[in-house]
Design a binder for this molecule. Structure first.
Ligand code: AMP
Length: 317
């Protein structure tokens, strides 16, 4: 079966943008590929985050993903730092990538601008770790959003460089493009829904009914804002009501209050079963941790086999 891998950073609670833009797609891909999904906790170290925060956010993310449908019976689900090999392979890759290629990455420029007091080397060499995350498992497929195509391209370049310098070993990774939507921010309709724009920008999977209602009530309703809310409704709401409200919008008869009420209701209903599962999982942390450990064992087995080969090829076996 085709091997596919993807990871997500534990940077606070998942929001509806993450769900529709990434996680929903993962849940579907589980039936079509041999999937591995991991919590990219090593990647979080490029930000200033305390040990306690990182641990908690990792646990919360695992719970969120399980509640949304990541199924450890179908996929290998693990924490990056539990598997030896990601960091080692990324060092090997660091020695293959020209610095100029890393400096060109938009993510490096964006992140450096976002945290000018912490432009650490990890921010620059992050793509080497990302390539290692994929190639450690010799994965051929990676689901990508449009914002990640540049990273994937660099992973392909790294695989090619390794294969040329040593032996043909790594596959050239193919993107699995999805038509996942890009959700826009509630408080800033021109920008994408994002944690970095503050809590009013997004609806978190764990937001309570009153919070959801309050955030949607405050959502900006200029023309673009209303379009965004209608789009959001199309994912969670009733089809007939959606087409009626779209019609009303085009004739200038749509009541924003009504749209907001319907949207709140639809999202609350959608999140209800997910939040119930989150509560159940949180009551049983040892079960959650066991799922992670079992996943890590499976991932480690594959990583060990591949890294053993790599060590031989580069002369450090
Ligand atoms: P982040 O937490 O920003 O690293 O995002 C994790 C995943 O969610 C990535 O695959 C992003 O492409 C996706 N994502 C983040 N924000 C949005 C959004 N507003 N709309 C759609 N997808 C998003």
């Amino acid at each position: 079966m085709k091997i596919l891998i993807s990871g997500i950073k534990p940077t606070g609670h998942i929001h509806l943008g993450n769900y529709l833009g990434a996680v929903k797609n993962w849940v579907d891909l589980q039936n079509k590929y041999s999937c591995s999904f991991f919590i990219a906790d090593l990647h979080s170290l490029t930000m200033k985050i305390s040990a306690q925060e990182l641990k908690q956010q990792t646990f919360d993310l695992v719970v969120d993903l399980l509640a949304m449908g990541i199924d450890p019976k179908k996929s290998i689900f693990f924490r990056q730092s539990d598997v030896w090999g990601h960091a080692e392979l990324s060092w090997i890759f660091n020695c293959l990538i020209p610095v100029a290629e890393l400096e060109r990455m938009t993510q490096f420029k964006d992140e450096s601008a976002r945290q000018p007091d912490n432009v650490n080397a990890g921010l620059l060499t992050y793509p080497a770790l990302q390539a290692a995350d994929i190639l450690l498992y010799r994965a051929q497929y990676v689901p990508v959003g449009h914002d990640q195509i540049q990273h994937l391209e660099l992973s392909r370049v790294i695989a090619r460089k390794f294969n040329q310098r040593y032996q043909k070993f790594f596959p050239e990774v193919q993107p699995v493009l999805s038509d996942s939507p890009r959700l826009m921010s509630l408080n800033n309709p021109q920008k994408k829904m994002s944690k970095s724009l503050g809590e009013a920008s997004y609806i978190a999977i764990r937001d309570k009914r009153e919070i959801i209602q309050a955030k949607i009530k405050k959502a900006v309703t200029d023309e673009q804002g209303v379009k965004n809310l209608l789009e959001l409704y199309s994912y969670f709401g009733d089809k007939k009501k959606h087409s009626q409200m779209t019609k009303d919008f085009s004739t200038g008869q749509l009541m924003n209050v009504k749209l907001k009420e319907e949207l709140s209701l639809a999202i609350i209903q959608f999140l209800e079963p997910i939040q119930k599962k989150i509560k159940e999982l949180e009551k049983n942390p040892s079960r959650v941790n066991k799922i992670l450990k079992d996943g890590a064992k499976k991932a480690q087995k594959i990583a060990d086999k591949n890294l053993k080969e790599v060590r031989k090829m580069i002369g450090v076996d």
